[in-house]
Design a protein around this ligand. Structure first.
Ligand code: UN1
Length: 495
């Protein structure tokens, strides 16, 4: 089988990198299988892409927002039409099970329709003036050229969170996808092309962080950087943008917890923990990595959790019987293995899992056993640091107040959940949990695109994606004062 070589998308054309070099993208379930080859781009390619985005900006800004929205609507329609093929290719390049890659595409569809509708809203405010015969309003303006840097765990959904709102607001974009999942971005860009997006409005450049990401962040004509990925890389983005006085939004790690109270429906909580901890092989920034269980139900809950965890089927995400796919690459697998080692050394009790899975066909991929640690104390590294794999820590609590304190004892603040049948406890948790997202009787994963997505503390830098909040990143406010009195009127000055 010949391997397809995919190109960059710049100024409406599919072009090879000036480097003439490509890199391979492999299937994490079968390391020997090359999914495709992609351009190993250089700062020169970034230069071309930014120039294209700059050239396209004025006309795109002038295009009425409802018309911009119509194009995005057509992209959403194309996503619907191609959902199955996109999902299958995404499972091949990323590893998560087909049901979840379908969900990934669905999240992009949802965002597409939502942003398309925003083309007829993009609402500002009208407020009264303190003076007679004067009109006050605010309108949203595009920021200009957006540099979007996206991770591998949601290869279409997360690019969609950035592209759709950025584009409907009148920005042009240069997208640099993660090198582990460039294929989904190539497919996505092709749908924008097919939907009639004018050349240069969206540009795609594949390659490394050093050769593509860095020059994109530093480029003086990139007006805003929108980044989702690791905290370490986010820190680099922040420091560069700060030096350049450039606005940026960061969406980074989590150490998300589920509280299981003594009055919880334990079966329901169990399903939520299994889904949150092992869905996407634990590779979500919203993944459940701590479970804080009331002391009265810890024993029972632990037994139920172990039984269910041990029954999970690892395998190729395309196979219907697979529950959990591989990790994305060997580096991630080593990282997860080293955290299991750290947990053991810290004195946590390894209850199940804890090692790479190398039985039979699984040795061809980056599989890791679903892992549960018991007797975890809150200050252990496995209770504090993001592992990004199928590893969950059980921590005991005495009461709700104690549980909330434990959840909040984290440098991250993305998602939290509580299982309880007591409405008072549920509302106390909503108020007390210091996270951007809180679920009641549902897992820590599964955010919907019509609400803001993001977190407090080290998870981000105060911005939110999705919902109308996304527009706050991708637009600048302009306040407009229209004085129709025909005379000089002075605000704040008494006559
Ligand atoms: C992520 O893990 O980076 O809420 C995004 C969720 C998904 C998005 C996760 N809708 O789990």
């Amino acid at each position: 089988m010949t391997t397809t070589i995919h190109k960059n998308f710049i100024a409406g054309k599919w072009v090879a990198s000036k480097s003439r070099k490509t890199f391979a993208n492999i299937n994490p379930a079968r390391k020997g299988e090359v999914v495709g080859r992609f351009q190993q781009s250089t700062p020169d390619d970034v230069e071309r892409a930014v120039a294209a985005a700059v050239a396209a900006q004025a006309a795109w800004k002038k295009t009425p927002a409802p018309k911009r929205g119509e194009i995005l609507f057509r992209v959403a329609e194309l996503l619907v039409k191609n959902k199955e093929a996109l999902a299958r290719d995404m499972t091949c390049e990323m590893g998560k099970v087909l049901g979840e890659t379908r969900g990934d595409v669905q999240e992009a569809i949802d965002m597409g329709y939502y942003a398309a509708g925003e083309g007829r809203r993009l609402m500002g405010e009208t407020v009264p003036s303190e003076l007679k015969d004067k009109f006050c309003m605010s309108v949203r303006m595009p920021v200009g050229v957006v540099g979007a840097i996206t991770p591998w765990n949601f290869p279409i959904a997360i690019p969609s969170w950035k592209l759709f709102p950025a584009l409907v607001a009148g920005n042009t974009v240069v997208l640099k996808p993660a090198s582990d999942t460039p294929l989904s971005s190539v497919h996505f860009a092709k749908l924008f092309e097919k939907a009639g997006l004018p050349p240069g409005v969206l540009n795609l450049v594949t390659g490394s962080g050093a050769e593509v990401g860095q020059p994109l962040i530093d480029h003086p004509q990139v007006n805003l950087v929108s980044f989702t990925g690791s905290t370490d890389t986010g820190r680099v983005v922040a420091s560069h943008c700060a030096g350049l006085m450039k606005p940026y939004s960061l969406e980074m790690g989590g150490k998300n917890a589920i509280i299981v109270m003594d009055d919880a429906d334990l079966e329901l909580a169990l399903e939520g923990v299994i889904w949150g901890a092992f869905g996407t092989t634990g590779q979500r920034c919203t993944a459940t990595s701590r479970v804080i269980v009331h002391k009265k139900v810890m024993k029972k809950f632990t037994a139920l959790l172990l039984e269910k965890t041990r029954a999970l089927q690892l395998g190729d995400g395309l196979l219907p019987k697979t529950d959990v796919g591989p990790l994305i690459n060997e580096a991630q697998r080593s990282k997860v293995a080293s955290y299991c080692e750290i947990g053991r050394n810290e004195g946590a009790r390894l209850l199940t899992g804890g090692a790479p899975e190398i039985k039979g066909a699984l040795k061809q991929g980056f599989f890791f056993q679903p892992t549960v640690f018991g007797d975890v104390s809150p200050k252990m590294r496995i209770a504090q640091e993001e592992i990004f794999g199928p590893v969950v820590s059980l921590i005991v609590c005495n009461d709700l107040e104690h549980a909330i304190g434990l959840v909040n004892d984290s440098s991250f603040g993305l998602s939290s959940a509580i299982y309880t049948r007591d409405v008072n406890r549920a509302f106390q948790a909503i108020e007390g949990l210091d996270t951007g997202i809180t679920y009641i009787n549902a897992s820590t994963i599964g955010a919907e695109i019509q609400l803001p997505f993001g977190g407090t503390k080290g998870t981000g830098n105060g911005h939110r994606e999705a919902g109308t909040a996304a527009l706050d990143i991708f637009t600048e406010w302009k306040s407009v004062y229209v004085d129709y009195s025909g005379k000089l009127q002075k605000a704040q000055i008494e006559d």
